[in-house]
Write a protein that binds this ligand. Structure first.
Ligand code: PLP
Length: 385
């Protein structure tokens, strides 16, 4: 059976070039990069090359890139590190639609004595800058606003949010896990202090990521130990993963323009045809000013998303209901809730996320099948109008 993978916001396939770059470090070149002997230490060259590749993708300097185990760790380090810098600044301000890697960490820090402010979003899932402004003050250590939302694809106003943080003397962090590789990012022109990214969202391997730390900021570590990464992140280097991330970053930059154009055109055609062929469907955040090129959440009124997902799955089509990348939780999405979507509609939400490998034929197949599945479920649904 031919499968169609439209769950790229959860994770992506490894690009063949990435796998090829990683293989030597999974086979013969297994030494520890921190070893004194040349068998291990020669790998530092490949690690430094990867650092440069990631830096170029972000418009950063190589020395501002620190390798971690992924987005979750980078988010943790940003928040947990920031509240340790100044004893008079223990405030965290974030938004209601963040990934749990930020929201749950912020709540855990609140339990440990920090203060927490959560800014609102509007019905389109866009950050309410006035709400953010009201929460940030001279006790705020860090403002953390995601670059793009993993469920709706809505892109946030980073420059404006960074300005609000900086006016109050706070650090500005962005979880850019969903945006990097899907839109140009320039950390210096956006005035970002800390940024998280994850390799497996951009056709790299799982379990490796980066925290960008602007030069001059001394962010306390959360992992102490062997002093790798200038003591900012201890732990034996994941050389295959880091090399894979570097290659994935290089490819993301090379393909950026094409990826954006291609995914946007496929997504727009998908949305138009789904709305035409599935009565009662609507696009979440349809009127947002700025969305990711290839991520869309559709609500199929009156139908349980899990029923649609199961029928699609049986035909080899893989999508997701809401925030699948934060476990198989059955709770309605906090993102949709924050946008004012009611419980029943939130249970009818399906996310489709494309990649640079998605083809027109795949989109055709999904649209055709969706209309059949939705029609069939609508006929048997007790909630259907
Ligand atoms: N932040 C966002 C916005 C995400 O979508 C994800 C996805 O899982 C993460 C953080 C976590 O990243 P990782 O899987 O690398 O820990």
């Amino acid at each position: 059976m031919n499968t169609v993978y439209l769950d790229n916001a959860a994770t992506t396939r490894i690009a063949p070039e990435v796998l090829e770059a990683m293989l030597p470090f999974l086979k013969g070149e297994f030494g520890n990069p921190s070893s004194f002997h040349s068998f291990g230490s020669s790998q530092m060259e490949a690690i430094e090359k990867a650092r440069g590749q990631v830096a170029r993708l972000l418009g950063a300097r190589s020395e501002e890139i620190y390798f971690t185990s992924g987005g979750t760790e980078s988010d943790n380090q940003a928040l947990r590190g920031a509240v340790k810098i100044d004893p008079d600044r223990k405030g965290i301000v974030t938004s209601a639609v963040e990934h749990p890697a930020v929201l749950e960490t912020a709540k855990a820090l609140e339990d440990e004595g920090c203060t927490l402010g959560v800014a609102d979003v509007n019905n389109n899932g866009e950050l309410d800058l006035d709400s953010l402004r009201e929460l940030v003050n001279d006790k705020t250590a860090i403002v953390s606003i995601m670059a793009a939302n993993n469920e709706t694809g809505v892109i946030m106003p980073l420059k404006e949010a960074a300005e609000i943080a900086h006016k109050a003397g706070a650090l500005f962090h962005t979880d850019a896990v969903q945006l990097v590789g899907k839109s140009p990012v320039d950390v210096h022109s956006l005035d970002i202090d800390l940024l998280s990214l994850s390799a497996h969202k951009l056709h790299g391997p799982k379990g490796v990521g980066v925290i960008y730390i602007k030069k001059g900021i001394e962010l306390p570590p959360i992992l102490t130990g062997g002093h790798q990464e200038k003591g900012v992140r201890s732990g034996t280097y994941n050389a295959p993963g880091i090399v894979g991330l570097g290659k994935a970053a290089e490819l993301a930059l090379t393909h950026l323009k094409d990826t954006v154009a291609r995914e946007r055109s496929l997504r727009e055609s998908f949305e138009k045809r789904v709305l035409e062929s599935c009565p009662g469907a609507f696009i979440v955040a349809d009127d947002a000013a700025n969305r990711l090129p290839g991520t869309v959440t559709v609500i199929f009124r009156g139908i349980e998303s899990e029923a649609v997902l199961t029928l699609l799955d049986m035909q080899g089509i893989y999508a997701s209901s809401g925030s699948a990348c934060s476990t198989g939780s059955k709770n309605p999405s906090h993102v949709l809730y924050a946008m004012g979507v009611d419980y029943t509609q939130a249970n009818s939400a399906l996310r489709f996320s494309l990649s640079r490998y998605t083809t027109e034929e795949e989109i055709d197949r999904v649209v055709d099948l969706l209309s059949v599945v939705v029609e069939r479920l609508r006929r048997i649904s007790p909630y259907s109008e």
